[in-house]
Design a protein around this ligand. Structure first.
Ligand SMILES: Nc1ncnc2c1ncn2[C@@H]1O[C@H](COP(=O)(O)OP(=O)(O)OP(=O)(O)O)[C@@H](O)[C@H]1O
Ligand SMILES: [Mg+2]
Length: 235
């Protein structure tokens, strides 16, 4: 069966020798929103960086029917939008406009289309008023929202969000959840915010120690108190 994300038996070791992924298997069906939970250091961010080939390990990774390796990477990166855990890794232009326009410009869209993509993406995160601001002179939560806009402007088929609600105030968090609920696309959302997962995730995967240790309907995963306790998800 073909999914939108198919990761099989993925292993990855960082250059310093640390083995961060130890046989990860994860399948996400089209238009499913999947939460990804697990303790600090479980390998969530490392796994996400494999979904568009920023990191490449051993095993197989397919997204949108394409294997994540050269020469597919330009198509893979148009199909998979990743919002990094740290927004400073995502924002590198002088203005918010340039950051959000970067992806669409490189897709070869016209100036008018780029402008429209930027306007829509900034409106989606409630940041229209920031279009001329300097990305580097924003608060953490503001940067996070702009980072999400830089990915939305590409209109990806698969949205990968690494701790999207971290650093957001309650109103911004609510806006984010409502936005993600409205978007009909395949999503993988890593977070320590179990309430966000409960509200948003059709399915939830639990990672620990470089492996996916459980995956299923969100309600069933969140009701399994022993599972959550074993993997440090309840205090
Ligand atoms: N650049 C790196 N070099 C070496 N080891 C790394 C590097 N980045 C992460 N690691 C290690 O890889 C493992 C997985 O890290 P990762 O960032 O994927 O965890 P995570 O589940 O995203 O954690 P968190 O909840 O804190 O974001 C950890 O043991 C971490 O120390
Ligand atoms: Mg992480």
């Amino acid at each position: 069966m073909h999914h939108t994300v198919d990761v099989d038996n993925l292993y990855f070791r960082y250059p310093d020798g640390r083995e961060a992924l130890r046989g990860v298997t994860l399948h996400i069906a089209p238009n499913v929103k999947m939460g990804l939970v697990g303790p600090n250091g479980a390998g969530k961010s490392t796994l996400m960086l494999h979904l568009n080939g920023i990191l490449q390990g051993e095993g197989s990774v397919f997204v949108a029917g394409m294997e994540v390796k050269e020469p597919n990477l330009p198509y893979v990166r148009a199909a998979v939008g990743i919002v990094f855990q740290n927004p400073d890794d995502q924002l590198f232009s002088l203005t918010v406009f340039d950051d959000v326009a970067f992806g669409p410009l490189h897709m070869g869209l016209s100036h008018a289309e780029v402008r429209q993509r930027v306007d829509e993406a900034l409106a989606a995160v409630g940041m229209e008023a920031y279009v001329e601001r300097s990305s580097h002179h924003l608060s953490v939560g503001e940067k996070k929202r702009i980072a999400i806009a830089t990915v939305l402007s590409m209109q990806p088929e698969i949205l990968v969000l690494d701790e999207p609600s971290a650093g957001l105030d309650p109103r911004a968090r609510r806006m984010l959840i409502n936005l993600l609920k409205r978007l009909e696309m395949t999503m993988l959302i890593s977070t320590h915010d179990l309430a966000l997962v409960a509200e948003l995730g059709d399915q939830t995967a639990v990672m620990d120690n470089g492996q996916v240790v459980a995956c299923g309907e969100t309600a069933a995963i969140l009701a399994d108190h022993a599972l959550l306790e074993r993997h440090g998800l309840v205090a």
